[in-house]
Design a binder for this molecule. Structure first.
Ligand code: KDG
Ligand code: MG
Length: 408
C-alpha cells in the first residue's frame, strides 16, 4: 500500500481550518487537522513546502515510523507549527489504518472504557447577570459541566474569555476586523477581588452538582495564583485552568503546595517534554494538550499513558480553533482512555460546518458519543471547501493598567 498524493486545504466557516487529505493507491484516504489558531498559513506552508513530498510512495500503515521520521528528521524539533503539521499527518494515517481494519478508531486503542464522554461548554457574560443566564442556557440544554468567564466591574476591557457582545461566545477568540491585534487591559487586583462573588452566586443559583470550571489564561504570578486558588477552595471547582504562565513549570509547585484545588494546564504544550515533570511530580490534575498541536494521536497517546501512571486525567483542549477532524481524534481517545476526565467542547454543528465535515458523532445531555463509522468518522467535502478562503485574524494582546505587556 502506498501514499499517492496529499492535499492541503485552508479555510472554513468563520475559521481558517487547515485540512490535510492523504490519498492512497487503494482508494482509501485519511484526514488530518493542522489548524493553529491565528497562525494557520504557517502550518499549511510547513506541510506543503516540507512534508508532503516526503509522504509520496510511503506505506501509510507505518504511522510510527513516519512519526519518528518527521520528529527526529527535523533538526530544529518541536514547536507548535511543526508538531501541528505532522500531527495532521499522524491523524490521517490513523484514519487510514482504522478504515483499512473497518473499525472505528477507538477499537485500535483497546476499545471503549465508557459510552458517553463528559464535555464542558463555555458560558460567558460581560457581567454576572449575563453570565448566570448563559450558564442557565447550557444547563437547560443538558450540560453537566460549564466553564465560566465573567466581565469584571471597573476592568477597562472585558478580560479573557468574555465576548464584547453577549451571545457571541463561539467566535470571540479571533478578531477579523483589523490588520493588527486589538489590545486589552488587565487588572489582576480587580479580578482576584471579584471572582469569589461570581462563584458564590453560581453555587447559590445552580447548587453543588454542576461541574464548574474556570480559565485564568496564564494571567497570575505564582504567589497570586496560590492565594487565589486558596480563596476558591470552598466553591469546589472542577478545575482551575492555566493559573500561571505555562512555560514556568515550577510555578505550579508553588500553587500546589498552598491549595488542593484541581489544576489543569497544557493547551499550549506541544510535546511530552513540556509536561513530563508536571505529571511525574503530580503537580497537576488534568492535562490539556490537543491532538492537533501536540504531534497527533501517536504522541498524545504517550502523554495519556504517562499521565495515567500519576493519577492525572485528560481534559483536552477543544476551543473552536480545532476542526471536527482533530475533535473526532480526541473523542476516540476519550472513549478509550482509562484516565479520561473531561473534554472541552464548543458546538460546531452549524449547517456550514456539518456540510464541510459530515459525521454521525453526537452530543446528548452533555455527553459525547463517537459514531461506529470506520476511521475517525468524519469526512471532508472538497466541493464545499471551495466556498472558503483564508481570512487573517488575531488573538488580542494584553497589557496591565500601567501599559506593561502581559500574557494573553
Ligand atoms: O487560540 C487560543 C484559544 O484556543 C485559547 O485562548 C482558548 O484558553 C482557551 C481555552 O481554554 O479554550
Ligand atoms: Mg484555556
Amino acid at each position: 500500500m502506498k501514499i499517492t498524493d496529499a492535499k492541503v486545504f485552508l479555510g472554513g466557516p468563520k475559521k481558517n481550518y487547515v485540512t490535510l487529505k492523504i490519498i492512497t493507491d487503494e482508494g482509501i484516504y485519511g484526514l488530518g487537522d493542522a489548524t493553529l489558531n491565528n497562525r494557520e498559513t504557517l502550518t499549511a506552508a510547513y506541510l506543503q513546502d516540507y512534508l508532503v513530498q516526503c509522504l509520496i510512495g510511503k506505506d501509510p500503515r507505518n504511522s510510527e515510523d513516519l512519526w519518528q521520521y518527521f520528529y527526529r528528521g527535523a533538526y530544529f524539533r518541536r514547536g507548535p507549527i511543526a508538531m501541528a503539521a505532522f500531527g495532521a499527518i499522524d491523524m490521517a494515517l490513523w484514519d487510514i489504518k482504522a478504515k483499512l481494519a473497518g473499525l472505528p478508531l477507538y477499537q485500535l486503542f483497546g476499545g471503549k472504557s465508557r459510552d458517553g464522554c463528559l464535555v464542558y461548554a463555555h458560558a460567558t457574560g460581560s457581567n454576572l447577570e449575563v453570565l448566570l443566564d448563559s450558564i442557565e442556557d447550557y444547563v437547560q440544554q443538558g450540560y453537566q459541566a460549564v466553564r465560566v468567564q465573567c466581565g469584571i466591574p471597573g476592568m477597562p476591557t472585558h478580560g479573557y474569555g468574555v465576548s464584547e457582545q453577549d451571545g457571541l461566545e463561539k467566535n470571540f477568540i479571533t478578531d477579523f476586523s483589523g490588520s493588527v491585534p486589538k489590545e486589552e487591559i488587565w487588572d489582576t487586583d480587580k479580578y482576584i477581588r471579584y471572582m469569589p462573588e461570581v462563584f458564590t452566586r453560581i453555587r447559590e443559583r445552580f447548587g453543588d452538582e454542576l461541574k464548574v470550571l474556570h480559565d485564568v489564561h496564564h494571567r497570575l504570578l505564582p504567589r497570586e495564583a496560590a492565594a487565589f486558588a486558596k480563596t476558591l477552595e470552598p466553591f469546589n471547582l472542577y478545575w482551575l485552568e492555566d493559573p500561571t504562565p505555562a512555560e514556568d513549570q515550577a510555578a505550579l509547585r508553588y500553587v500546589r503546595q498552598h491549595s488542593t484545588i484541581p489544576l489543569a494546564i497544557g493547551e499550549v504544550f506541544n510535546s511530552i517534554y513540556d509536561c513530563n515533570k508536571l505529571i511525574e511530580e503530580e503537580l497537576i490534575d488534568f492535562i490539556r494538550v490537543a491532538v492537533t498541536y501536540a504531534g497527533g494521536i501517536t504522541h498524545v497517546k504517550r502523554i495519556i499513558d504517562l499521565a495515567g501512571l500519576h493519577h492525572v486525567r485528560t481534559g483536552f483542549h477543544g476551543a473552536p480553533s480545532h476542526s471536527p477532524i482533530s475533535m473526532a481524534a480526541q473523542h476516540h481517545l476519550n472513549a478509550w482512555a482509562p484516565n479520561f476526565g473531561i473534554q472541552e467542547y464548543l458546538v460546531l454543528d452549524t449547517p456550514e460546518c456539518a456540510a464541510l465535515f459530515p459525521s454521525e458523532h453526537k452530543l446528548v445531555d452533555g455527553l459525547f458519543y463517537v459514531s461506529d463509522a470506520p476511521g475517525l468518522g468524519v469526512d471532508f467535502d472538497e466541493t464545499e471547501a471551495l466556498r472558503y478562503r483564508y481570512e487573517q485574524g488575531f488573538h488580542p494582546v494584553t497589557r496591565l493598567v500601567d501599559g506593561t505587556l502581559w500574557n494573553y
